[in-house]
Design a protein around this ligand. Sequence first.
Ligand SMILES: [Fe+2]
Length: 374
Amino acid sequence: MNISSYMPVDVFYGKNALLENGKELKKLGSRCLIVTSPTAAKKSGALDDAVKVLSQEGIEYEIFDRIEENPLTSTCHSAGTAAYEFKADFILGIGGGSPLDASKAIAVFASNRHMEPDDIYTAEIKNTPLPAALVGTTAGTGSEVTAVSVLTNSKTGFKKGVGGKAYYAKVAFCDPSYTSSMPYSVTVSTALDAMAHALESILCLDANDMSDLYAYKAVELLTEGLQRLDKIQSAEEINEDTRDLLYTASLIAGYSLNITGTCFPHTVGYILTERFNIPHGRACAAFTPEFLERGRKHMPEKTEKVLKAANMNFDDFVALIKRLAAIPELRLSQEEIDKIALRWNDSIKNFCRTPGGYTAADAKSSLISVVKPL
Ligand SMILES: [Fe+2]
C-alpha cells in the first residue's frame, strides 16, 4: 500500500460553517483583506456572512473585489500591494476557483515585495506568505484543499498553475448553501471540473492508494450529481441535497487532486478557455473522453473500477460527459494551432503523469480533435 499524502488545511464543512467558526479567523490576526470577484460573493450571501463574522471578532477589513475569471498575475500583484499597504495579517478569499486561487497568490505577493507579477512562476518565495482563509461559493475547483494556484500570465495570456506547500490555505469554510446562487450552466461546468479532477487523479501515474480512495468515491458521487443535472435545465430545479452532494464530491475530488495533480486534459483545456472563453470545467471535459480511452488502453483495470464507481457502461458514461460539456464546433487556423503547440514540451508535468506516454505532439493531436483547423 502507498498512502503518501499531505494536506494541512483546517476544513469546516456544512451549513453555517463560516458563521459558526469565526474564532478560526481571529487566530489569523486582527486585519484582513477580503479578496473576491465583483459579484459572486455578494450574490451567494458569503460576503455578508464574512463581514458579520469579522465584525463580531473585531477584525478590521478592506475589500478587494476585482478578481476576474482566470485571474491575471498583475491583478493578484495589485491585490498583494493592497494587502501590504493595509497591513493585513491575513487574506480572506471568497468565491469560486478564480478568487480562491488568486487569494493564495496574493498571500505570496503581500509578503514578497521583491516579486513582479509574472515572477510568481519562477522567483523564490523568500518570506512566508500571509495566511489565507478560503470560503467557497462553487462546487468544483477543489482549490480549498490544494496547494495550487492557476493564474493567467499577464504578459503572455497563458494560463498556468503555480504551487507548493506555501500555497496551502490555513483554513477553509465550505458551506454548500453558498453554491445555491450558481446558475445552472456554472453548476454543470464546475461539476465537470470536479469529475475531471477525480478521473485525472485515478488514471494519473502518480496515483496512490490514498488518492484512489478519495477519487473513486468522488466519481461515484459526481456521476450521481451529473445524472441529476442532465435531467433538468435550470438552477431552480437543483435542490439542497444536490448542492450538498456536489460540494462534498468536489472537495473529495480536491483531496485526491492534491495528492496527484492533474493530467493532459487540464493543460490542453486551458487553450479552450484562453481562446474561446469556454469555462474551465467544460474545457477540461472536452478532453475527458480521449483521456478515458487512453485509460481503457493503458490502465484497463482502473478504468473498469471507474465505471463500477459510476455504475455506468463506458459509452453511456462518456455520452453523459459529452452531453453536459456541450462543446460547440471550434476552429482555428493551422498557423494558430501550430503556434499554440510551440508552448508545450514533452517534460510538462501533466503530460508526464498521463498514462501511456503522452508527448507535446500528442497534445497537438488532442487539440486538433476538438479544435478543427480552418
Ligand atoms: Fe480543474
